[in-house]
Ligand binder design. Structure first.
Ligand code: C2E
Ligand code: CA
Ligand code: CA
Length: 782
């Protein structure tokens, strides 16, 4: 909007400054050819020659065969295009000659007069066109012919009508009639044709322009008064005064007013002439005879009239040129302004919409969100992705997939009338909702998602299209969409159809990048280390092994638990060097302990991503070789979910690691989407019951039964069973009773640095279970 106004005010300013170079006040309008100056000089010289020739002819031969050629010649030359000029000249010359042969016949004047009027009309039109910049191109033969035909009717309507009326004047008063005819001729020449040309040229400029009645009435009144003055007051030169109102009508008003002006002049002229009023009445000239002295005198005034007429044209046309230029420029500017505004709107539309589907894009949705949010509404935004979209795209191609996404978006829009649906990216749909609160937003979205219970046709096949949505309340438009995207990621990770934005996730994500870069340097600067937490063998009271848990003393932040950074690390390739570092450090710690006479098996945690990495086995083998260590002394803890992402690769890696000699423990058993088939396939040695089941035992006998059943299951599969998160004596006693093999938890020990592990520490760890023999409290195990 602001842009439009700026353009409009620029246009107005440009129009207010006629001297800014666009408008030229020169007498003759310079055109494209550059020959205007030369033509102007020729125009003036020829005109002077014609006037002189008229004088000479009248004096010498008593005839005036040169006069009609004046305007014609001038105009023909001004046409610039030689062939057209030649045609006009030939016609005029022929008519002139004919006039001289027939000059004694009373009827010849009708024919010649009309033809000459016509020729001069064309000439005047050419002048008008030339000076006023009108759009009629008379240089083309077809256009010239069309114009001649068009010009005949109105030219005759005025000139011939008045002229023929003059024929009714008795022959002995012929000079009077002739002069009247001349007045008609001039009127036809000056009024009709320029009007025609200008009205035709400016019709488009005037279109749609509201006309107030004052101006047309004033101008038509002026036309009436002047015409009456010409015919009733016999003031011949007055005929040239009519020029001004008539041109103003042509320039400023619609063609209908021009037609009215023509009608007024023709009617007054005809009626006045028929009732004996002419510009040169008997009252002025007295009774005259054909070719008498007074007629001659009258004829001798002709060149003076013509001079006067041409002078008027020379002054009036350039003046009107300015008017025309201004109008044309205004029109052009208006058109350009409209085009610029339209282009700007088109560009804005393109920027805010998807080109193929026409749906709003991210920018478009952001604009809508900004508007809605600034309007004070409670706005929610959702990001939706199509489940398995990558697979669908691979199957049907990206073009069809884009179409499918647009169809889904449209279906969504149909089920949420009044809300805005957009395409956020090639696989994400955005949605704006205005709801009273979170609960109603969620309810509406769930209802909309239900619309997708009906399968969609994709590439001639019915496909169940599932959508996953992230939902956020909008506080700032851009943040709103980002938050919905984060929520969408959360929903995908948790495999739920809908998730709300959680501010903590965002904070972690924002801090995550910075954290990762610091973490990389921590591998070498010593701020990363392993804490060790013992597992107690419940059968013999010894330490069955220790689990290595990563710790990070982040500079400036204090100790950071793995839950705060491991998920982030697992999303990047940094997990590989970190896993290698953990194995290496565990082996070093193990060697350090062995040097102090404490021989203990160690367990490290493997993330899902590590397990999916084909290079894992080779890297671990290399680390073992480098440290001259045995795989048998290390247990790898993996969760069931770590297998689920890419079971084939994960199981292949596990089997290879098992062959290398590593022990395998199933971690956090019971929390994942446990599938018995995984239990069967994983080459595990032990199974760690997740701490939530251990804590849950206090809740009742059913929970205890669950733990008992799990222990039995493990045993039947030939696995050692470890209880995690043992925090109380009761839990420990119960687990012993249930036949659990090992226990790990804060009751036995908090994870601690390797330096703190000594015989005194081991004595504290093992105090809960009385060992059958006291001498060795520590044994190598998984
Ligand atoms: P996890 O493998 O289940 O590790 C056990 C977690 O439970 C540890 O938390 C430990 O400190 C805590 N824990 C031990 N006993 C008790 C108890 O009696 N009560 C309670 N409430 N908690 C207890 P931590 O050290 O924060 O580790 C969290 C998770 O981080 C670990 O879960 C493991 O999945 C991951 N992690 C730790 N170190 C590594 C590592 O080096 N590599 C990988 N990939 N993951 C690691
Ligand atoms: Ca573990
Ligand atoms: Ca665990």
């Amino acid at each position: 909007m602001a842009g439009e106004n700026a353009i409009r005010s620029k246009v107005k300013r440009a129009l207010r400054q006629p001297s800014n170079g666009a408008l030229r006040w020169s007498l003759f309008r310079p055109g494209e050819t550059g020959s205007e100056h030369r033509d102007s000089i020729i125009f003036v010289v020829l005109f002077a020659v014609c006037i002189a020739a008229s004088h000479w002819c009248v004096a010498r031969f008593g005839t005036i065969f040169v006069w009609p050629a004046n305007g014609v010649l001038v105009a023909a030359l001004l046409l610039l295009h030689r062939p057209a000029a030649l045609r006009v000249l030939i016609v005029c010359g022929a008519v002139n000659l004919l006039g001289n042969f027939l000059r004694d016949s009373p009827a010849h004047m009708i024919v010649i007069g009309t033809a000459l009027n016509l020729a001069e009309s064309i000439a005047a039109a050419a002048i008008a066109r030339r000076f006023c910049g009108a759009g009629l191109d008379l240089r083309r033969p077809r256009r010239l012919t069309a114009f001649v035909v068009l010009a005949v009717a109105p030219t005759c309507a005025v000139a011939a009508l008045i002229g023929i009326a003059a024929l009714r004047v008795p022959l002995h008063e012929f000079a009077v009639g002739w002069q009247t005819w001349f007045a008609a001729d001039a009127l036809g020449l000056i009024i009709v044709t320029p009007l025609l040309v200008l009205a035709a040229a400016h019709r488009r400029e005037n279109a749609g322009r509201p006309t107030r009645l004052v101006e047309p009435c004033l101008l038509l009144g002026l036309v009436t008064v002047i015409t009456l003055a010409i015919f009733l007051q016999s003031r011949a030169p007055l005929e040239f005064l009519i020029f001004l109102p008539v041109l103003l009508i042509a320039f400023r008003l619609s063609p209908i007013w021009s037609a009215l002006a023509i009608l007024i002049v023709a009617t007054i002229g005809t009626v006045a002439t028929l009732s004996g009023h002419g510009p040169m009445t008997l009252g002025v000239l007295g009774p005259v005879e054909w070719a008498n002295a007074q007629t001659l005198r009258a004829l001798q005034t002709l060149p003076t009239f013509q001079l006067f007429m041409m002078a008027l044209i020379a002054v009036a046309l350039p003046a009107t040129t300015v008017l025309t230029e201004r109008r044309l420029m205004a029109g052009r500017l208006r058109a350009r302004t409209a085009a610029a505004i339209a282009a700007r709107q088109h560009i804005a539309h393109l920027a805010a919409h998807d080109a193929d589907s026409g749906l709003p894009n991210r920018t478009g949705l952001m604009q809508t969100l900004e508007r809605s949010a600034s309007g004070g509404a409670t706005v929610f935004v959702a990001a939706l992705s199509v489940d398995r979209f990558a697979r669908i795209r691979a199957a049907i191609g990206s073009v069809e997939a884009a179409r499918l996404l647009a169809r889904i978006a449209k279906r969504l829009a149909a089920s949420l009338p009044g809300e805005r649906v957009a395409l956020l990216s090639s696989d994400t749909i955005g949605l704006q909702m205005q709801c009273a609160d979170e609960a109603s937003a969620e309810q509406r979205l769930r209802a909309a998602l239900a619309a997708f219970d009906v399968p969609m046709m994709v590439a001639d096949a019915e496909v169940d299209v599932g959508l996953t949505a992230g939902l956020a309340r909008v506080e700032g438009a851009a943040r709103g969409i980002d938050r919905a995207m984060i929520a969408l990621d959360q929903a995908r990770l948790a495999s739920v159809p809908l998730a709300w934005f959680d501010a903590d996730t965002e904070r972690v994500a924002a801090g995550g990048l910075a954290m990762l870069s610091v973490l990389r340097t921590s591998l070498i600067d010593g701020s990363l280390w392993l804490a060790h937490q013992p597992k107690l063998d419940l059968k013999n009271g010894r330490v069955a092994g220790v689990e290595c848990l990563i710790r990070w003393d982040r500079p400036g932040h204090g100790r950071v638990r793995p839950d705060a950074f491991m998920p982030l690390v697992e999303e990047t390739r940094f997990i590989e060097p970190l896993t290698d570092w953990v194995l290496g450090r565990a082996l070093s710690d193990q060697a350090a302990l062995a040097a102090r006479g404490i021989s203990v098996g160690m367990a490290i945690n493997l993330s899902a991503r590590s397990l999916g990495e084909p290079s894992l086995v080779a890297r671990f083998a290399a680390i073992l070789a480098e440290k001259a260590a045995r795989a048998e002394d290390i247990t790898l803890e993996i969760t069931e979910t770590a297998i689920m992402g890419d079971p084939e690769t994960a199981l292949a890696s596990l089997n290879a690691l098992k062959r290398l000699g590593f022990g395998i423990a199933i971690d956090d058993y019971g929390t994942g989407l446990s599938s018995l088939s995984y239990l069967r396939n994983i080459p595990a040695d032990s199974l760690k019951i997740d701490r939530c089941f251990i804590a849950g035992m206090a809740d009742g006998p059913r929970h205890v039964e669950l733990v008992r059943a799990t222990i039995d299951l493990g045993h039947r599969l030939g696995l050692k069973v470890v209880a995690e998160g043992v925090e109380t004596e009761e839990q420990l006693a119960l687990l012993s009773l249930l036949g659990c093999d090992q226990a790990q938890g804060y009751l036995i020990a908090q994870p601690c640095p390797v330096a703190e592990i000594d015989s005194a520490a081991i004595a504290v760890w093992t105090r809960h279970v009385s060992a059958p023999d006291d001498d060795i409290a520590c044994a190598v195990g998984g």
